[in-house]
Design a protein around this ligand. Structure first.
Ligand code: PRP
Ligand code: URA
Length: 209
């Protein structure tokens, strides 16, 4: 079973309150999502392996650590996942970025893939699938499935807000994938929105509705 990590750092929780607030405007919403993504990037990279190298300071030669192991790839789910990419890249500037376009049919709530483009070496990378919302889990499950069908095996999922239904569905469909979220909310409503959630993440990031 994939592990669930709730990133409960006080600064993340503080910013999340303003992200949820319906009176937060598009500019502020976008900036806050970006900032939370940066903080969450710290948490999701916490278990990266280190290797020891020699470094020469102005005073002495010493052993020091650098990150080693797999290179990282980010895979935002379009559209809303795009809002988290720059924030994560501030922490992991060498990450390559692929894209998966999925849209939920508002009647069936099922995701349809309309675009995919991955780094050529995606199979060798640790891929972080990025989306602010994990609602039914359908989009995340489909995105991860799409990556696996292309030979990618090392995958984590980062979302800002999740519903219990979505977490359970991803854990059942992809038990090898760890999930990182900032908040686990109460439930889904009859329209598949997370309660209390933040509304439609894509619309709030891009100012559409
Ligand atoms: C939203 C959100 C997720 C998905 C979550 O995207 O950004 O991708 O819904 O719902 P699920 O867990 O039930 O699949 P949406 O389909 O509204 O597209 P958008 O990002 O283009 O607005
Ligand atoms: N997608 C969103 O953008 N918000 C939700 O609450 C659920 C799915």
């Amino acid at each position: 079973m994939g592990k669930l990590f709730i990133c409960d750092h006080p600064m993340i929780q503080h910013k999340l309150t303003f992200i949820r607030d319906k009176n937060t405007n598009t500019k502020d919403f976008r900036e806050l999502i970006d900032e939370v993504a940066t903080f969450m990037a710290y948490e999701i990279t916490r278990d990266l392996p280190l290797q020891t190298v020699k470094v020469e300071t102005p005073v002495a030669v010493t052993d020091a650590k650098i990150v080693s192991g797999r290179m990282i790839g980010l895979v935002p789910i379009l559209r809303a996942g795009l809002g988290m990419v720059d924030g994560i890249l501030k922490m992991i500037p060498s990450a390559k970025v692929g894209h998966i376009g999925l849209a939920r049919d508002h009647e069936t709530l099922k995701p349809k893939e309309y675009y995919i483009n991955l780094p050529t070496d995606a199979q060798e990378r640790l891929l972080i699938v990025v989306d602010p919302m994990l609602a039914t889990g359908g989009s995340a499950i489909a995105a991860i499935q799409s990556l696996k069908e292309r030979g990618c095996e090392h995958i984590k999922l980062m979302c800002v807000i999740a519903a219990p239904e979505g977490v359970k569905a991803v854990q059942e469909a992809h038990p090898d994938v760890d999930i990182y979220i900032a908040a686990l909310d109460q439930c889904l409503n009859e329209k598949g929105y997370i309660v209390p959630g933040l509304g439609d993440a894509g619309d709030r990031i891009f100012g559409t509705n």
